[in-house]
Design a protein around this ligand. Structure first.
Ligand code: SF4
Length: 397
């Protein structure tokens, strides 16, 4: 979502004559778009901001723009701490970013000289902002507010625009993306309509919430091959007790039912898991380990619980850091072989590959595939998988 927001803000900068550079020394401005989901991410962004103080001192006309979720959470406190910060724009204000720039009266020192951002093969399209859940560990509802869905007309117009500019794959984005509806069009309808736009070869989406994967949803998309068969489905824990304390809105059993239903229509499933939630016992942790066995994830991203100020879980007593470290090590060992096994399981299958270079592309299930022949970038080719290593499938073509 931050990538999509960054693109949106860049478009506003580009409309005012800015272009992108990777060279800090020639930049008139730096925009730091931030995440606050974990303490570490926020800390890195704020330290980078601090380091820019000397960069700005060299040429006081330089501008520093700090945006996104950490900007929303930390607010004016940042201005006090870093008086050289010029523009602070929170995650809820992205749509007004152009006005914010205009009010600042800030324009580039010269006309565009560098390269504009190149449109990529994947077009990121935000379809909703905010979240209506209140998971007890999560800062997102505080910084992004409740769900606001964009109209399907607006979204499809943006998809048309991206496809006309060369996007072959469209990634629909939202915090609980599959809760989308604008009252007229459901999420399944939106996926199908997106896939019908000329030029669109594949449609992906992230991040979904398990409870919205209903039989009606799966039924509505199951015959559409353009909808990629990979989903990143945050599980967070394998213990129903911990899931209730996290207020995730599902039990282990419901989660496994949803996973099974997704697999039946061919989805590969990756996941996020948190270890060391404050109430997590050894037995709860064992349930998370057994969820990994039961679910058959294609890969899993594992995190130590990180308390976020202002969330209900931040009031709870933390587990000892050694316990968190030990549990994370055990879980990481368990998930280490998942991707390799998932890649091996593709050997002998036929895959549709969207080529991202002349000899490499991604399958619908999100596996990287290397071809022998060369193909044009952006084309979709059907190939048989001959062999696999830990991170790559090799085609017999
Ligand atoms: S569903 Fe829960 S974890 Fe996800 S953004 Fe909403 S509150 Fe946070």
């Amino acid at each position: 979502m931050n990538l999509a927001d960054s693109e949106e803000m860049f478009a506003q900068l580009a409309a005012r004559g800015f272009c992108a550079t990777e060279n800090l020394e020639e930049a008139d401005a730096v925009l730091i778009n931030t995440c606050t989901v974990r303490d570490h991410a926020e800390h890195r962004a704020v330290s980078f901001l601090g380091r820019l103080g000397s960069w700005k001192k060299e040429k006081p006309n330089r501008r520093i723009i700090f945006t996104g979720c950490a900007a929303q959470r930390l607010g004016k406190q940042l201005k006090k701490q870093f008086p050289f910060l010029d523009i602070l724009s929170g995650a809820k204000e992205i749509e007004q970013f152009g006005d914010t720039l205009d009010q600042s009266g800030f324009f580039p020192s010269q006309g565009p000289q560098g390269e504009p951002l190149q449109p990529g093969l994947t077009g990121y399209v935000t379809i909703m902002r905010g979240c209506n859940f209140a998971c007890t560990y999560c800062i997102v509802p505080t910084v992004r507010g409740p769900i606001k869905c964009l109209s399907h007309e607006h979204i499809l117009e943006e998809v048309r625009h991206k496809a006309a500019n060369g996007a072959k794959e469209i990634m629909l984005l939202g915090q609980t993306v599959n809760a989308y509806t604008d009252g007229a069009v459901s999420f399944a309808d939106l996926l199908n309509k997106t896939s019908e736009i000329p030029g669109v070869q594949r449609v992906r989406f992230t991040s979904p919430h398990p409870i919205y994967f209903t039989p009606a949803f799966l039924n509505a998309i199951k015959d559409n091959p353009k909808i990629a068969r990979h989903v990143h489905l945050p599980s967070q824990s394998g213990s129903s007790k911990v899931l209730a304390e996290m207020k995730r809105g599902y039990t282990r059993e419901i989660l496994l039912e949803k996973i099974q239903a997704l697999k039946e229509v061919g989805f590969q499933i990756s996941t996020d898991l948190i270890v060391g939630f404050p109430t997590e016992t050894e037995e709860d942790f064992a349930q998370t380990l057994s969820l990994v066995d039961a679910a058959g994830f294609s890969t899993a991203y594992c995190y130590k619980y990180s308390p976020r100020p202002g969330t209900p879980a931040a009031q709870m007593k933390l587990l000892n850091q050694n316990i968190l470290e030990q549990r994370l090590d055990i879980l990481l060992n368990k998930v280490r072989g998942l991707a390799q096994a998932a890649y091996q399981a593709q050997v002998g299958t036929v895959q549709e590959v969207l080529m991202e270079s002349q000899t490499k592309g991604r399958s619908s299930g999100s596996f990287w595939v290397k071809t022998r022949k060369t193909y044009s970038v952006g084309s979709v080719v059907r190939v048989e998988i001959e062999k696999a290593d830990e991170t790559l499938l090799f085609a017999r073509d």
